[in-house]
Design a binder for this molecule. Structure first.
Ligand code: PLP
Length: 432
């Protein structure tokens, strides 16, 4: 139940990689036979990735994963005096890189999400300055699964003549990636989030984008990323991309969305719970309705994008009134495998530990921050108060998840919640 942290390699990826560890171990830069075999494998993988991203093979750069892609986009493009626009809900690979660039004279605007978890494209437009050089927005949020309106933002970037990077790490394998449709110049993905190997990823770099490499040395990857290619990893990544393309067409994602929806509906039957990353239900007179879990998903809708309006966060935010109206009346699109649930009168971490003892792995937010005492920056940016943000947990299903897995989780979570609430100082009102 923690697939957004990482996913296991599937047997077919392992099989594809196996010969490249020992038999075809050549350096893809060597001119002899071993080198040629490795080079050909990397070329084939590049063609597959180009198909996956809808770009030219020459626009694919292999690297070590999402963190490297995100860092490269920012550090490779931004210079002193530039202005950078990103969002307050990005992964730390973006947020920390922006922090470092502040020391180098790059100013960043962090656009806050709407309480639903969506970024209002109009807020991006408003943040634009004459010296803005780059916008970076994630495709899917790792904690809530909310899909961002990247196409809209791509159009804004185009109108303004600004470069646009998408962190697609959590979207890859869950929704179709199409860099032309997105209108981006740069896009980052990571193997281990899509049943590929860890420590390998790829970046789309649109032809003509003047990006400086993060790593210099040899002339690998057309001088855009130095270092001997991780041939087995690249082969495994490409096999994972093939499987991902297949799963978008063979019903796997729909099945996953139905499972997630059943899990979510079951969890919402526990009292004092709700979903983070949902549309706000606005009452006719404009008041927000606040009853937790009151709205049930109507059956038969497209589950991958459907989310019945449920209780929202406290922050009413600013932004475009038309967007607010849209947001309050439409389901917020999410990836199929993720739900983020708050449990009143509970410490999220206590539930993570209790469920771990029952063999259920979930997370309080980004795996990179688990163990951190601060509540999730994503949920806080959406307007949750600290108590509710700490009482929120992410359930993210593997593509291999089954009905039995969901049944088991729905059996153990209510028991654990009841037990913890009985013991909880939060419930007893003894915590401030
Ligand atoms: N971006 C997002 C949205 C992520 O969820 C992650 C990993 O959790 C990363 C970037 C970093 O990717 P990697 O683990 O490949 O460095």
């Amino acid at each position: 139940m923690d697939a957004n942290a990482t996913t296991p390699l599937l047997p077919e990826m392992m099989e594809a990689m196996r010969p490249f560890w020992m038999e075809h171990f050549g350096n893809a830069s060597s001119i002899h036979l071993h080198g040629q075999q490795a080079h050909a494998a990397v070329d084939r993988a590049r063609t597959t990735m180009a198909d996956f991203l809808n770009c030219h093979a020459a626009e694919v750069v292999f690297n070590s994963g999402g963190t490297e892609g995100d860092n490269t986009a920012l550090v490779g493009l931004l210079r002193s005096g530039d202005h950078f626009i990103t969002t307050a809900i990005e992964h730390s690979a973006i947020l920390e890189a922006a922090k470092r660039l502040a020391d180098k004279g790059v100013e960043t605007t962090f656009v806050a999400p709407r309480p639903s978890g969506l970024i209002d494209p109009d807020e991006i437009r408003r943040a634009m300055r004459p010296e803005t050089r780059l916008i970076s927005v994630m495709l899917a949020n790792n904690e809530t699964g909310v899909l961002q309106p990247v196409e809209e933002i791509g159009k804004i970037a185009k109108e303004a003549g600004v470069y646009f990077h998408i962190d697609a790490v959590q979207g890859a394998g869950k929704v179709e990636l199409d860099v032309r449709r997105f209108g981006c110049h740069l896009l980052s993905i990571s193997g281990h989030k899509m049943h590929g190997p860890k420590g390998v990823g790829a970046m789309f770099v649109r032809r003509g984008t003047p990006i400086e490499p993060l790593l210099v040395g040899g002339s690998h990857e057309r001088r855009r990323r130095a270092g001997t290619e991780n041939v087995p990893g690249i082969v495994g990544l490409a096999r994972a991309a093939e499987a991902a393309m297949h799963s978008l067409e063979d019903g796997t994602i729909d099945r996953l969305a139905a499972l997630r929806d059943r899990l979510e509906a079951g969890l919402l039957e526990i009292s004092g719970t709700g979903v983070n990353g949902a549309a706000l239900r606005v009452a006719p007179e404009g008041r927000r309705e606040n009853s937790p879990g009151q709205a049930q998903r109507s059956p038969g809708k497209d589950a991958s994008t459907d989310l019945a309006p449920r209780r929202g966060a406290a922050n009413s935010g600013g932004g475009d009134p038309a967007f607010r109206t849209w947001e309050s009346t439409n389901p917020v699109p999410r990836v199929a495998n993720t739900t983020n649930i708050w449990f009143d009168q509970l410490e999220g971490e206590a539930l993570v530990i209790a469920l771990d003892l029952k063999g259920v792995c979930i997370s309080g937010g980004s795996a990179c921050h688990s163990g951190a005492t601060e509540p999730s920056h994503v949920l806080m940016a959406m307007g949750l108060d600290k108590t509710r943000a700490r009482a929120s947990l992410r359930f993210s299903l593997l593509k291999t998840a089954t009905e039995d897995d969901v049944d088991y989780v729905l059996r153990v979570v209510p028991e654990a919640v009841e037990h913890l609430r009985a013991l909880s100082p939060v419930a007893a009102g003894t915590l401030g």
